[in-house]
Unconditional design. Structure first.
Length: 248
């Protein structure tokens, strides 16, 4: 008998800094299954991290670390050249900080998911990917990411579980690769539902150019990412939840 399909919604959270708030975290919690909590490099600070972990705990939402590039001004979405071993140390540092807060709150670390440019950096540069995967392995949790051939092979080599993701609020290009936030067309709730239905039923996405492309994510089980910092995030999360129900 085939395994039952599992689908979850994950969302980046705690991405404010000090007095500056980013994203409607409180409103989003009721629609999501997993929170990726910023760890202080691209966003977040110790107090924000504690508040976000407590909020997730209150709603029964699993918590993962969301390490990023050391780029508060650019929200971790600008390209930077960082030596692999420095990146290894930065990921250990960020995830370790959240792991300490989680331990204090009695909440397990669920996973690690790189943020923004780091998410793309590990796809482009083999040595950086290896460094990040080795750092994540230290915590004995899965990594969330794009299931490219290289990512799958390296996770298997290192002994790390990969949770594949699908992005209904971003575009894909004609090669089936994810398009960065700055280059994607703003999503709408109807577009979110349409994209999830298309992927769940056919394993495809419609590109900006109108081409239908196969997306390398196993439809038997995957995580849907909704960005909390994009306009309409709550509506997008609600639409994603509705689409999951309709396609289950």
């Amino acid at each position: 008998m085939a395994e039952k399909q599992w689908v979850e919604i994950n969302c980046d959270m705690g991405e404010g800094f000090g007095r500056w708030k980013m994203g409607p975290d409180e409103e989003l919690m009721k629609y999501i299954d997993v929170a990726n909590v910023a760890c202080g490099f691209h966003a977040g600070d110790p107090s924000t991290m504690v508040r976000t972990v407590r909020l997730a705990k209150e709603h029964g939402v699993r918590v993962g670390a969301h390490p990023g590039m050391p780029d508060l001004l650019g929200f971790g979405r600008r390209r930077m050249n960082i030596a692999p071993e420095d990146m290894y140390a930065m990921v250990l540092y960020q995830v370790g900080a959240l792991a300490g807060i989680l331990a204090a709150e009695g909440v397990p670390l669920n996973h690690v998911k790189p943020h923004g440019e780091l998410y793309f950096y590990i796809q482009r540069v083999t040595a950086v990917r290896d460094a990040v995967l080795r750092a994540v392995r230290t915590f004995n949790v899965p990594i969330y990411g794009l299931p490219t051939k290289e990512m799958i092979e390296d996770c298997q080599r290192i002994g790390l579980k990969l949770i594949p993701e699908f992005y209904p609020d971003l575009d894909y290009n004609d090669d089936g690769e994810l398009v960065p936030v700055a280059e994607s067309v703003p999503a709408t709730p109807d577009l979110i539902k349409e994209r999830i239905h298309l992927f769940a039923s056919k394993g495809q996405a419609k590109t900006k150019a109108g081409k239908m492309v196969d997306i390398p994510v196993d439809r038997q089980g995957f995580s849907i990412c909704i960005h909390s910092d994009l306009p309409g995030a709550v509506e997008h999360a609600a639409a994603a939840r509705e689409a999951i129900k309709l396609n289950s």
